[in-house]
Design a binder for this molecule. Structure first.
Ligand SMILES: Cc1cc2nc3c(=O)[nH]c(=O)nc-3n(C[C@H](O)[C@H](O)[C@H](O)COP(=O)(O)OP(=O)(O)OC[C@H]3O[C@@H](n4cnc5c(N)ncnc54)[C@H](O)[C@@H]3O)c2cc1C
Ligand SMILES: Cc1cc2nc3c(=O)[nH]c(=O)nc-3n(C[C@H](O)[C@H](O)[C@H](O)COP(=O)(O)O)c2cc1C
Length: 589
């Protein structure tokens, strides 16, 4: 549907800023109507209206927003959870209540779906929001220096635009469930005090047009591509107790594109045996169909394999569970946070079913209690220039024991052993704009990637090989044993022979009586590392966020201080400068 944008009369009583805002709004409105999207809040007239706006990369903020919006809707609100990527469908100035949930990525950056919206929202042209009430929930990780940075920025910006904060921003660390619930309670309580009528909208129309059917939109996050697995190879050799696999997926027919440094998001299926065990414990006829989050109906078994998380248990789930069981212990501890944490430690949904049998009436009753199964991210280990139409991954299978059971990581197990050859796995690309090779191919690069951290560097090296980049490449790799855990050894040997890999230094942590890690190798060759960096090299780190990345940064800091003849402050400034110049980039998890 083509829409003509009306001219704003010269004598209309608007300031320059208001005029600009209105112009942009009308443009976006026209765009969204012609694309069939909802343009203005479709609040059924007379209902209070709430917009949950989410910035989310790996789905946490999205899942929270959708869950909260659903709870609002059950409580009589007209509530939507809207992806910031779809900002053109939103007119913030008309929204009486905007509840923003956003994560932070990169080094204090917006998640990719929020980049464009943030640019607009933080720009001068953004209109005032005097009639909007707001609150912000931020998701983050205290391992990062810029903890919850985007939540903080949204919070400040809403306030600066005149919106009224109804509840204090809450910043969550990786275990965000409980704090998110607290934020939700605080918001709900405040809304009760203010009164729903304040948020009642008179808007009765939606933007018109028809919502595009999924088949017509390109493959991506909203329409993941079913990619067949075409090859898989074990990277750990016997007798290693680890299991890491090289996995190849085909992208033919998808139009999906990626650059080296990007990650891919993959939707796993839960372990079939575990799902069957759960079905055997449930106290009702399990040969039934249920409605899953996308609105379709499918057999309960398929829904439990494909749509719901049956692993870790958030406290909020336990509270709902409690309402369906009269178990005296659960009743006794439910209000005590510490006891609940202890109770849930290392447990999964199957453990709860055994321990606290509950009175689920139906399959729908049961799945309504569960969270959505989320995609997992994997760094891409291939260059599209070397392997057109393919994407390669390096996946470590997560396995551990708790409460006498072997636990299996959902997605890593699915990719390493569940997925059969030629079976499809749904994927979408997750561009990682903060992790890129130097634009100038003559620049040297130092790559530190122990364990699965090697993945993007295999891709970097392939890219540098195919493009014949003249810069030098130095790789630090590490793992427990040289004999069994030297991933991609043949390829790296070949790359050394043909001159692509200028230098490789390896740290085998358990091949001797004491531990050697990549940071020790960086220390051993610190003068050369300094010479490379001082000469303009880019320094990359990928892999473990908790121990490896901080230890590598410490080694980097020390060598900069020593060979740069700097004090602590000077070395910290130097590192900051490297980051600002995108010469020190990390992709850690
Ligand atoms: C940007 C990015 C890139 C990534 N790249 C890669 C990659 O290239 N290769 C790769 O293998 N992974 C990569 N990951 C990690 C990957 O996304 C998954 O998190 C990982 O595979 C585990 O997912 P899962 O579904 O198998 O495990 P889940 O089912 O999600 O289980 C993981 C959870 O199990 C628990 N757990 C794990 N080990 C133990 C233990 N020993 N004791 C007790 N509890 C435990 C923890 O609660 C943990 O959160 C990346 C992550 C990010 C964010
Ligand atoms: C590569 C990477 C970079 C991240 N950078 C930050 C950061 O700078 N600050 C922060 O607080 N959290 C950071 N995080 C943590 C995420 O914000 C956190 O995991 C959040 O729960 C993700 O929510 P989402 O799934 O909605 O995107 C980062 C996570 C990853 C994997």
């Amino acid at each position: 549907m083509a829409i003509t944008i009306p001219e704003i009369p010269e004598d209309a009583p608007f300031s320059a800023e208001q005029r600009q805002w209105l112009k942009t709004y009308l443009k976006e409105l026209a765009k969204s109507i012609s694309s069939g999207a909802q343009a203005i809040p479709a609040g059924a007239a007379g209902k209070p209206r709430a917009l949950f706006l989410y910035g989310s990369q790996s789905g946490n903020a999205q899942a929270l927003s959708e869950g909260f919006a659903e709870r609002f809707a059950e409580n009589g609100w007209s509530a939507d959870a809207v992806d910031m990527e779809d900002h053109a469908t939103v007119n913030l100035g008309m929204e009486p209540l905007v509840l923003t949930i956003t994560s932070t990525w990169g080094e204090g950056d917006p998640p990719d779906n929020a980049i464009e919206f943030w640019e607009k929202f933080s720009a001068e042209g953004q209109g005032r929001l005097e009639n909007t009430r707001f609150s912000v929930l931020s998701l983050g990780d205290t391992n990062y220096a810029d903890f919850c940075e985007m939540g903080k920025r949204f919070d400040t910006r809403f306030e600066a635009l005149g919106a009224k904060r109804i509840a204090t921003r809450v910043d969550c660390d990786v275990d965000y469930e409980d704090l998110a619930e607290e934020w939700f309670s605080a918001v709900s309580k405040k809304l009760e005090e203010i009164g729903k009528e304040v948020f009642t909208t008179t808007v009765t129309t939606s933007g018109g047009g028809t919502v595009e059917s999924l088949e017509n939109i390109p493959f991506g996050k909203k329409r993941p591509f079913p990619a067949p697995m075409t090859a898989r190879k074990k990277l750990n050799l016997s007798p290693s107790d680890r299991d890491t696999r090289h996995v190849e997926l085909k992208l033919d027919g998808s139009d999906l594109e990626y650059e080296v440094g990007d990650a891919i998001a993959t939707f796993p299926k839960n372990d079939a045996a575990l799902v069957d065990e759960i079905l055997s414990i449930l106290p009702f006829n399990t040969s039934v169909s249920v409605t899953v989050p996308d609105g379709s109906k499918k057999p309960l078994r398929d829904a439990l394999r494909e749509d719901y998380s049956i692993r870790s248990i958030p406290k909020s789930l336990l509270k709902k569970w409690k309402a369906l069981t009269s178990h005296p212990y659960l009743n006794a501890v439910i209000e005590d946070d510490k006891s609940v944490t202890e109770l849930l430690e290392g447990k999964e949904v199957v453990d709860l079913l055994y321990e606290f049998p509950a009175d689920f009436k139906s399959g729908q009753d049961f799945v309504n209690l569960l969270r959505r199964l989320q995609p997992r991210l994997y760094s891409i280990a291939s260059s599209p220039k070397k392997h057109p139409g393919e994407v390669h991954l390096t996946v470590a299978k997560v396995t551990y024991e708790s409460h006498g059971r072997v636990r299996k990581g959902v997605c890593s197990t699915f990719l390493c052993e569940g997925l059969e050859e030629d079976e499809e796995i749904r994927v979408f690309m997750q561009p990682t704009k903060h992790f890129r090779l130097p634009e100038d191919p003559s620049k040297d690069v130092i790559m530190v990637g122990p364990g699965t951290g090697i993945a993007p560097f295999r891709a970097f090296l392939e890219e540098r090989e195919v493009t014949e980049a003249p810069g030098r490449n130095w790789l630090f790799f590490g793992n427990p044993h040289e004999e069994t855990d030297y991933f991609y050894k043949d390829e790296f040997d070949e790359m050394q022979k043909n001159g692509v890999l200028s230098r490789i230094d390896v740290a085998w942590s358990r091949d001797q009586g004491y531990k050697i890690y990549v940071q020790d190798k960086i220390r051993e060759f610190s003068e050369e590392v300094w010479n490379w960096i001082d000469g303009g090299a880019h320094f990359y780190v990928c892999g473990d966020a908790n121990y490896m990345a901080p230890d590598v940064e410490k080694a980097l800091f020390e060598l900069i201080r020593k060979y740069g003849n700097l004090n602590d402050e000077g070395a910290a400034d130097y590192i900051k400068r490297l980051k600002d110049e995108h010469r020190y980039q990390r992709d850690v998890y």
